[in-house]
Design a protein around this ligand. Structure first.
Ligand code: UDH
Ligand code: MN
Length: 372
Protein backbone atom coordinates (compact mmCIF):
# COMPACT_ATOMS: atom_id res chain seq x y z
CA UNK A 1 0.00 0.00 0.00
CA UNK A 2 1.58 3.36 -0.99
CA UNK A 3 0.11 5.13 2.12
CA UNK A 4 1.73 2.65 4.47
CA UNK A 5 5.02 2.82 2.60
CA UNK A 6 5.07 6.62 2.91
CA UNK A 7 4.35 6.41 6.62
CA UNK A 8 7.15 3.92 7.21
CA UNK A 9 9.55 6.03 5.12
CA UNK A 10 8.69 9.07 7.24
CA UNK A 11 9.33 7.17 10.44
CA UNK A 12 12.75 6.03 9.30
CA UNK A 13 13.57 9.45 7.93
CA UNK A 14 12.88 11.20 11.25
CA UNK A 15 14.66 8.51 13.25
CA UNK A 16 17.66 8.97 10.94
CA UNK A 17 17.73 12.69 11.50
CA UNK A 18 17.65 12.26 15.27
CA UNK A 19 20.46 9.67 15.21
CA UNK A 20 22.61 11.83 12.92
CA UNK A 21 22.09 15.00 14.96
CA UNK A 22 23.32 13.47 18.23
CA UNK A 23 27.08 13.58 17.37
CA UNK A 24 26.55 17.03 15.90
CA UNK A 25 25.04 18.33 19.12
CA UNK A 26 27.74 16.68 21.21
CA UNK A 27 30.55 18.26 19.21
CA UNK A 28 28.77 21.61 19.25
CA UNK A 29 28.45 21.57 23.00
CA UNK A 30 32.12 20.61 23.38
CA UNK A 31 33.52 23.27 21.10
CA UNK A 32 31.33 26.21 21.90
CA UNK A 33 29.62 25.04 25.04
CA UNK A 34 30.80 28.10 26.89
CA UNK A 35 29.22 30.44 24.38
CA UNK A 36 25.96 28.55 24.30
CA UNK A 37 25.86 28.51 28.07
CA UNK A 38 26.66 32.19 28.27
CA UNK A 39 23.93 33.05 25.82
CA UNK A 40 21.42 30.96 27.71
CA UNK A 41 22.32 32.48 31.05
CA UNK A 42 22.17 35.88 29.46
CA UNK A 43 18.52 35.39 28.76
CA UNK A 44 17.89 33.64 32.02
CA UNK A 45 19.61 36.08 34.32
CA UNK A 46 18.89 39.34 32.64
CA UNK A 47 15.37 40.02 31.48
CA UNK A 48 13.22 37.12 30.61
CA UNK A 49 10.48 38.40 28.41
CA UNK A 50 7.43 36.25 28.37
CA UNK A 51 5.34 36.83 25.27
CA UNK A 52 2.31 35.05 26.56
CA UNK A 53 1.73 37.40 29.46
CA UNK A 54 3.60 40.36 27.97
CA UNK A 55 5.09 40.79 31.40
CA UNK A 56 8.76 41.03 31.99
CA UNK A 57 10.23 39.23 34.89
CA UNK A 58 13.60 40.54 35.86
CA UNK A 59 15.86 38.25 37.82
CA UNK A 60 18.87 39.20 39.76
CA UNK A 61 22.19 37.95 38.60
CA UNK A 62 23.73 37.14 41.95
CA UNK A 63 27.42 37.02 41.18
CA UNK A 64 28.79 39.13 38.42
CA UNK A 65 26.71 42.23 38.14
CA UNK A 66 25.19 41.32 34.82
CA UNK A 67 28.19 40.64 32.66
CA UNK A 68 25.66 38.70 30.69
CA UNK A 69 23.25 41.58 30.49
CA UNK A 70 25.93 43.46 28.62
CA UNK A 71 26.11 40.54 26.19
CA UNK A 72 22.50 41.23 25.42
CA UNK A 73 23.12 44.93 25.01
CA UNK A 74 26.16 44.33 22.81
CA UNK A 75 28.71 45.91 25.09
CA UNK A 76 30.29 42.78 26.51
CA UNK A 77 33.78 43.86 25.54
CA UNK A 78 33.42 47.12 27.31
CA UNK A 79 32.12 45.47 30.46
CA UNK A 80 34.98 43.01 30.55
CA UNK A 81 37.12 46.11 30.66
CA UNK A 82 34.91 47.42 33.48
CA UNK A 83 35.58 44.50 35.75
CA UNK A 84 39.13 44.02 34.56
CA UNK A 85 41.28 47.07 34.48
CA UNK A 86 39.17 50.18 34.76
CA UNK A 87 41.91 52.75 34.74
CA UNK A 88 43.61 51.31 31.68
CA UNK A 89 40.50 51.70 29.62
CA UNK A 90 38.37 54.57 30.92
CA UNK A 91 38.66 57.15 33.64
CA UNK A 92 36.14 57.60 36.41
CA UNK A 93 33.80 60.43 35.39
CA UNK A 94 34.48 63.85 36.84
CA UNK A 95 32.71 64.88 40.06
CA UNK A 96 31.74 68.14 38.35
CA UNK A 97 31.04 67.19 34.75
CA UNK A 98 31.71 69.76 32.04
CA UNK A 99 28.36 69.51 30.36
CA UNK A 100 26.38 70.90 33.29
CA UNK A 101 24.42 74.03 32.46
CA UNK A 102 23.36 75.17 35.95
CA UNK A 103 19.88 76.66 36.22
CA UNK A 104 17.37 74.99 33.89
CA UNK A 105 14.70 76.50 31.79
CA UNK A 106 11.57 74.67 32.93
CA UNK A 107 8.41 74.98 30.91
CA UNK A 108 5.54 72.83 32.14
CA UNK A 109 2.94 74.30 29.83
CA UNK A 110 1.19 72.24 27.20
CA UNK A 111 3.33 73.76 24.42
CA UNK A 112 5.87 71.00 25.00
CA UNK A 113 5.54 67.42 23.82
CA UNK A 114 6.75 65.65 26.94
CA UNK A 115 6.56 62.18 25.44
CA UNK A 116 9.64 62.58 23.24
CA UNK A 117 13.14 63.96 23.72
CA UNK A 118 16.11 63.28 21.47
CA UNK A 119 18.00 62.36 24.64
CA UNK A 120 15.74 59.31 24.96
CA UNK A 121 17.19 57.63 21.90
CA UNK A 122 20.00 55.81 23.68
CA UNK A 123 18.07 54.88 26.81
CA UNK A 124 17.99 51.12 27.21
CA UNK A 125 14.60 49.51 27.74
CA UNK A 126 13.75 49.59 31.43
CA UNK A 127 15.07 53.15 31.75
CA UNK A 128 18.81 52.48 31.97
CA UNK A 129 21.70 54.60 30.78
CA UNK A 130 25.40 54.99 31.48
CA UNK A 131 28.13 57.18 30.05
CA UNK A 132 30.30 55.66 27.33
CA UNK A 133 33.44 57.74 27.64
CA UNK A 134 34.02 57.45 31.38
CA UNK A 135 33.19 55.18 34.25
CA UNK A 136 30.14 56.44 36.19
CA UNK A 137 30.87 57.34 39.79
CA UNK A 138 27.71 55.65 41.06
CA UNK A 139 24.99 53.30 39.87
CA UNK A 140 21.82 55.12 40.83
CA UNK A 141 18.28 53.74 41.11
CA UNK A 142 15.60 56.42 40.88
CA UNK A 143 12.52 55.15 42.73
CA UNK A 144 9.27 56.94 41.91
CA UNK A 145 6.14 56.13 43.94
CA UNK A 146 3.27 56.34 41.54
CA UNK A 147 -0.42 56.12 40.87
CA UNK A 148 -2.46 57.97 38.30
CA UNK A 149 0.11 60.70 37.56
CA UNK A 150 1.17 59.82 34.01
CA UNK A 151 1.54 63.42 32.89
CA UNK A 152 3.73 64.27 35.89
CA UNK A 153 5.93 61.28 35.17
CA UNK A 154 6.42 62.41 31.57
CA UNK A 155 7.26 65.93 32.70
CA UNK A 156 9.71 64.71 35.33
CA UNK A 157 11.59 62.39 32.97
CA UNK A 158 11.65 65.05 30.26
CA UNK A 159 13.87 67.20 32.48
CA UNK A 160 15.54 64.61 34.67
CA UNK A 161 16.83 62.19 32.02
CA UNK A 162 18.90 64.77 30.09
CA UNK A 163 20.10 66.17 33.42
CA UNK A 164 21.29 62.78 34.73
CA UNK A 165 23.07 62.19 31.43
CA UNK A 166 24.88 65.49 31.80
CA UNK A 167 25.81 64.38 35.31
CA UNK A 168 27.37 61.25 33.73
CA UNK A 169 25.65 58.81 36.07
CA UNK A 170 24.78 55.21 35.50
CA UNK A 171 21.06 55.36 36.26
CA UNK A 172 17.89 53.36 36.01
CA UNK A 173 14.32 54.48 36.63
CA UNK A 174 11.91 52.36 38.66
CA UNK A 175 8.29 53.40 38.85
CA UNK A 176 6.53 51.61 41.69
CA UNK A 177 2.78 51.69 41.34
CA UNK A 178 0.20 50.75 43.94
CA UNK A 179 -2.35 48.46 42.34
CA UNK A 180 -6.08 49.22 42.72
CA UNK A 181 -7.87 52.11 44.38
CA UNK A 182 -7.28 51.59 48.06
CA UNK A 183 -5.72 54.40 50.09
CA UNK A 184 -2.21 55.19 48.89
CA UNK A 185 0.67 54.07 51.10
CA UNK A 186 3.83 55.70 49.85
CA UNK A 187 6.20 54.36 52.52
CA UNK A 188 5.07 50.81 52.01
CA UNK A 189 5.50 50.84 48.23
CA UNK A 190 8.95 52.45 48.56
CA UNK A 191 9.96 49.53 50.78
CA UNK A 192 8.50 47.11 48.25
CA UNK A 193 10.40 48.86 45.45
CA UNK A 194 13.67 48.69 47.37
CA UNK A 195 13.22 44.96 47.99
CA UNK A 196 12.28 44.25 44.35
CA UNK A 197 15.06 46.37 42.87
CA UNK A 198 17.64 44.55 45.00
CA UNK A 199 16.53 41.29 43.36
CA UNK A 200 17.12 42.79 39.93
CA UNK A 201 20.38 44.71 40.09
CA UNK A 202 22.96 46.20 42.45
CA UNK A 203 22.99 49.94 42.99
CA UNK A 204 25.28 52.25 44.95
CA UNK A 205 22.54 54.78 45.52
CA UNK A 206 18.75 54.95 45.80
CA UNK A 207 16.95 58.22 45.12
CA UNK A 208 13.36 58.25 46.41
CA UNK A 209 11.69 60.77 44.18
CA UNK A 210 8.15 62.19 44.24
CA UNK A 211 6.81 62.18 40.71
CA UNK A 212 5.86 65.86 40.75
CA UNK A 213 9.24 67.31 41.82
CA UNK A 214 10.98 68.94 38.86
CA UNK A 215 14.65 69.81 39.46
CA UNK A 216 15.62 73.33 38.47
CA UNK A 217 19.40 73.09 38.61
CA UNK A 218 21.64 70.35 37.25
CA UNK A 219 24.45 71.13 39.72
CA UNK A 220 22.33 69.21 42.22
CA UNK A 221 24.09 65.90 41.58
CA UNK A 222 21.99 62.73 41.92
CA UNK A 223 24.50 60.69 43.89
CA UNK A 224 24.55 59.43 47.45
CA UNK A 225 26.69 60.71 50.27
CA UNK A 226 27.46 58.47 53.24
CA UNK A 227 24.72 60.21 55.19
CA UNK A 228 21.17 60.47 53.78
CA UNK A 229 20.90 63.44 51.42
CA UNK A 230 17.73 65.51 51.28
CA UNK A 231 18.04 66.81 47.74
CA UNK A 232 15.06 69.14 47.64
CA UNK A 233 15.52 71.75 50.40
CA UNK A 234 14.45 74.66 48.16
CA UNK A 235 10.92 74.13 46.89
CA UNK A 236 8.88 76.76 45.07
CA UNK A 237 5.80 76.22 47.20
CA UNK A 238 7.84 76.92 50.36
CA UNK A 239 9.41 80.04 48.85
CA UNK A 240 12.66 78.14 48.12
CA UNK A 241 13.45 77.91 51.82
CA UNK A 242 13.60 74.92 54.10
CA UNK A 243 10.39 75.12 56.17
CA UNK A 244 11.78 73.02 59.04
CA UNK A 245 15.09 71.31 59.76
CA UNK A 246 13.70 67.78 59.89
CA UNK A 247 12.14 67.87 56.41
CA UNK A 248 13.26 64.99 54.17
CA UNK A 249 10.21 64.87 51.85
CA UNK A 250 10.29 65.28 48.09
CA UNK A 251 13.61 63.84 46.94
CA UNK A 252 15.81 61.82 49.29
CA UNK A 253 18.89 59.80 48.39
CA UNK A 254 20.33 57.02 50.50
CA UNK A 255 22.94 54.36 50.12
CA UNK A 256 21.36 50.90 50.36
CA UNK A 257 23.13 50.12 53.64
CA UNK A 258 21.75 53.29 55.17
CA UNK A 259 18.22 52.49 54.00
CA UNK A 260 18.58 49.06 55.60
CA UNK A 261 20.04 50.58 58.78
CA UNK A 262 16.94 52.75 59.31
CA UNK A 263 14.73 49.80 58.34
CA UNK A 264 13.34 51.72 55.36
CA UNK A 265 10.07 53.61 55.66
CA UNK A 266 7.19 52.82 57.99
CA UNK A 267 4.44 50.67 56.46
CA UNK A 268 1.74 52.19 58.65
CA UNK A 269 1.06 55.56 57.02
CA UNK A 270 -2.04 55.17 54.86
CA UNK A 271 -3.02 58.37 53.06
CA UNK A 272 -1.25 61.69 52.84
CA UNK A 273 1.26 62.90 55.35
CA UNK A 274 4.11 62.30 57.75
CA UNK A 275 5.72 59.15 56.34
CA UNK A 276 8.66 61.41 55.48
CA UNK A 277 8.79 62.85 59.01
CA UNK A 278 8.82 59.29 60.30
CA UNK A 279 11.87 58.69 58.08
CA UNK A 280 13.54 61.81 59.46
CA UNK A 281 13.00 60.46 62.98
CA UNK A 282 14.58 57.12 61.99
CA UNK A 283 17.59 58.98 60.64
CA UNK A 284 17.81 60.97 63.87
CA UNK A 285 17.59 57.90 66.11
CA UNK A 286 20.38 56.26 64.13
CA UNK A 287 22.49 59.44 64.45
CA UNK A 288 23.10 59.57 60.72
CA UNK A 289 22.69 63.29 60.12
CA UNK A 290 21.18 64.82 56.98
CA UNK A 291 23.20 66.26 54.10
CA UNK A 292 21.67 68.92 51.84
CA UNK A 293 22.78 70.75 48.71
CA UNK A 294 22.86 74.55 48.96
CA UNK A 295 19.52 76.33 48.50
CA UNK A 296 20.85 77.76 45.23
CA UNK A 297 21.07 74.34 43.56
CA UNK A 298 18.71 72.14 45.60
CA UNK A 299 15.81 73.86 43.88
CA UNK A 300 12.62 72.17 42.71
CA UNK A 301 9.28 73.08 41.31
CA UNK A 302 6.36 70.97 42.47
CA UNK A 303 3.76 70.45 39.76
CA UNK A 304 0.41 71.71 40.99
CA UNK A 305 -2.10 69.05 41.90
CA UNK A 306 -4.98 68.50 44.26
CA UNK A 307 -4.45 67.11 47.72
CA UNK A 308 -4.97 63.41 48.16
CA UNK A 309 -6.88 61.60 50.87
CA UNK A 310 -5.32 62.45 54.22
CA UNK A 311 -4.20 60.22 57.00
CA UNK A 312 -6.17 61.45 60.05
CA UNK A 313 -4.00 63.84 62.08
CA UNK A 314 -4.64 61.83 65.23
CA UNK A 315 -3.06 58.73 63.75
CA UNK A 316 -0.19 60.64 62.18
CA UNK A 317 0.66 62.29 65.48
CA UNK A 318 0.36 59.06 67.37
CA UNK A 319 2.65 57.30 64.91
CA UNK A 320 5.22 60.09 65.04
CA UNK A 321 5.37 59.86 68.80
CA UNK A 322 6.17 56.17 68.69
CA UNK A 323 8.90 56.01 66.05
CA UNK A 324 11.68 55.25 68.48
CA UNK A 325 10.20 52.03 69.84
CA UNK A 326 8.62 50.98 66.58
CA UNK A 327 11.02 51.62 63.75
CA UNK A 328 13.16 48.51 63.96
CA UNK A 329 10.01 46.36 63.75
CA UNK A 330 7.96 48.38 61.28
CA UNK A 331 9.63 48.89 57.93
CA UNK A 332 11.67 47.08 55.34
CA UNK A 333 11.91 43.98 57.52
CA UNK A 334 8.13 43.68 57.95
CA UNK A 335 6.82 44.89 54.59
CA UNK A 336 4.06 42.78 53.07
CA UNK A 337 3.04 43.04 49.44
CA UNK A 338 2.49 41.01 46.31
CA UNK A 339 4.32 41.81 43.11
CA UNK A 340 1.71 41.95 40.36
CA UNK A 341 4.30 42.42 37.61
CA UNK A 342 7.68 43.85 36.73
CA UNK A 343 7.70 45.23 33.17
CA UNK A 344 10.33 46.96 31.13
CA UNK A 345 9.01 50.02 29.34
CA UNK A 346 11.20 52.25 27.13
CA UNK A 347 11.96 54.77 29.90
CA UNK A 348 11.47 52.91 33.16
CA UNK A 349 11.05 49.59 34.89
CA UNK A 350 7.47 49.40 36.05
CA UNK A 351 6.86 47.54 39.30
CA UNK A 352 3.21 46.97 40.16
CA UNK A 353 2.55 45.97 43.74
CA UNK A 354 -0.52 44.94 45.64
CA UNK A 355 -0.41 46.13 49.25
CA UNK A 356 -3.93 45.24 50.30
CA UNK A 357 -6.08 47.72 52.16
CA UNK A 358 -5.60 49.79 55.29
CA UNK A 359 -6.88 48.24 58.51
CA UNK A 360 -10.63 49.01 58.67
CA UNK A 361 -10.38 49.70 62.35
CA UNK A 362 -7.88 52.47 62.90
CA UNK A 363 -7.54 51.35 66.50
CA UNK A 364 -5.61 48.44 65.05
CA UNK A 365 -2.77 50.77 64.22
CA UNK A 366 -2.77 52.36 67.65
CA UNK A 367 -3.07 48.99 69.38
CA UNK A 368 -0.13 47.71 67.31
CA UNK A 369 1.87 50.53 68.69
CA UNK A 370 0.93 50.06 72.29
CA UNK A 371 2.26 46.51 72.05
CA UNK A 372 5.72 47.91 71.39
N1 UDH B 1 1.55 59.75 44.56
C1 UDH B 1 1.00 59.29 43.38
N2 UDH B 1 -0.35 59.17 43.26
C2 UDH B 1 -1.19 59.47 44.28
C3 UDH B 1 -0.65 59.95 45.47
C4 UDH B 1 0.70 60.09 45.59
O1 UDH B 1 1.71 59.01 42.42
O2 UDH B 1 -2.40 59.33 44.10
C5 UDH B 1 3.00 59.82 44.73
C6 UDH B 1 3.65 60.85 43.81
O3 UDH B 1 4.96 60.45 43.53
C7 UDH B 1 3.61 62.07 44.67
C8 UDH B 1 3.99 61.49 46.01
O4 UDH B 1 3.34 60.24 46.04
O5 UDH B 1 4.51 63.06 44.22
C9 UDH B 1 3.57 62.37 47.18
O6 UDH B 1 2.17 62.58 47.14
P1 UDH B 1 1.57 64.03 46.99
O7 UDH B 1 2.17 64.69 45.81
O8 UDH B 1 0.08 63.90 46.99
O9 UDH B 1 2.06 64.72 48.32
P2 UDH B 1 2.30 66.24 48.55
O10 UDH B 1 2.91 66.36 49.87
O11 UDH B 1 0.82 66.73 48.56
O12 UDH B 1 2.97 66.88 47.41
C10 UDH B 1 0.61 67.92 49.02
C11 UDH B 1 -0.63 68.46 48.40
C12 UDH B 1 -0.29 69.82 47.94
C13 UDH B 1 -1.48 70.66 47.97
C14 UDH B 1 -1.02 72.05 47.67
C15 UDH B 1 -1.82 73.02 48.39
N3 UDH B 1 -1.08 74.22 48.53
MN1 MN C 1 3.15 66.55 45.41
Amino acid sequence: MPGEWIRSFRRHFYAGIIVLSIPLLVSLSLTSGYDVLRLLTAFKSNYYISNTTSNVVANRNENSRSMVSRVVTNTAVEHVADIGNISAKRKVCSASPERLVGRLNIDLSDNTNFTFHKEYLDIISGGTWKPRDCFARQRVAIIIPFRDRRKHLEQLQYYLIPMLKRQQLNFRFFVVEQNGNNTFNKGLIMNAAFAEVRKIEDFDCFVFHDVDMIPEDDRNIYTCTDAPKHMSPALDKFGYRLPYMQLVGGVLSMKPDVFIAVNGYSNLYWGWGAEDDDMAARIKFKNLGIVRPPLTTGRYRMIKHSKREMNPAKIRMFLLKTVKNRFMKDGLNSVQYKTVFVKLTPLFTHIMVDVGEPPKDTNKITSMMTQT
